[in-house]
Write a protein that binds this ligand. Sequence first.
Ligand code: PEP
Ligand code: MN
Length: 270
Amino acid sequence: MLSEKKFINDFQKIKLSEEVTISSDTFVMMAGPCSAESRDQIMKTADGLAEMGIHVFRAGCFKPRTDPYAWQGSGEEGLKWLEEVREQYGMTIISEVSNYTNFSIVEKYTDIIQIGAKALYDHSLLINSGKSNKPVLVKRGFGATVNEYLRMVEYVLANGNQNVMLCERGIRTFETSTRFTYDLCGAAVMQAQTRLPLILDPSHASGNKDYIAKLSWASAAFNCDGLIIEVHCDPSTALCDKAQALSLTEYKEILNRVRQFAEINGRKVV
Ligand code: PEP
Ligand code: MN
């Protein structure tokens, strides 16, 4: 049980790169498109984000889509574009593993392994991540209680890897006016019961780009450890999660105020 704080009691600092360490005085901004669609899309988005001082770039290459006939991602080719982003901009790369068949390849190309909401109960991914020497971000499943979520996360810790980040990305409730319900109550419990960094994801929680600014500011004021937000160089063409994709300009506006709220909490945006 994570509530027993079995392994380490102190807040888990995670060094992601020379520029970025997750700690109680930093606030990490992870941003990028939902999925890697083309080399051009990846490089344009990364270029815009790098210019804003963003250090952690996200993009999924193996997408666990709800519809089997929907586009499933660019696979290894996409991971190679992400490698180029690291080389060209020095950014840290986070990308999702969707099942055990792509675990090794994603682990090889990325700096941070992301386990998605739909894969929270994939024990093979959790155990493999626990044996990896790369940091892991485990998203809360949208049907998992906080306690069920933390028990799954414990599989990663129990297998050795302590560099684990939690991520609240919205849960399913009776409310249908947003894609999911952003559970900040649950997020507060996660912070109280664990010593793991907490990253909040307003993009998947709301599913609507119009609400992401407010939710990002609330999240920065909430004093979590960072945000993961979907940004696309041309949102109108996004192949995945289009309704929540922010343009680079929209993201930049959000970022300025996130900085102010983070600073109130004694944190520097990295
Ligand atoms: C994603 O990050 O693009 C994603 C698929 O998120 P989630 O697992 O939270 O649905
Ligand atoms: Mn997405």
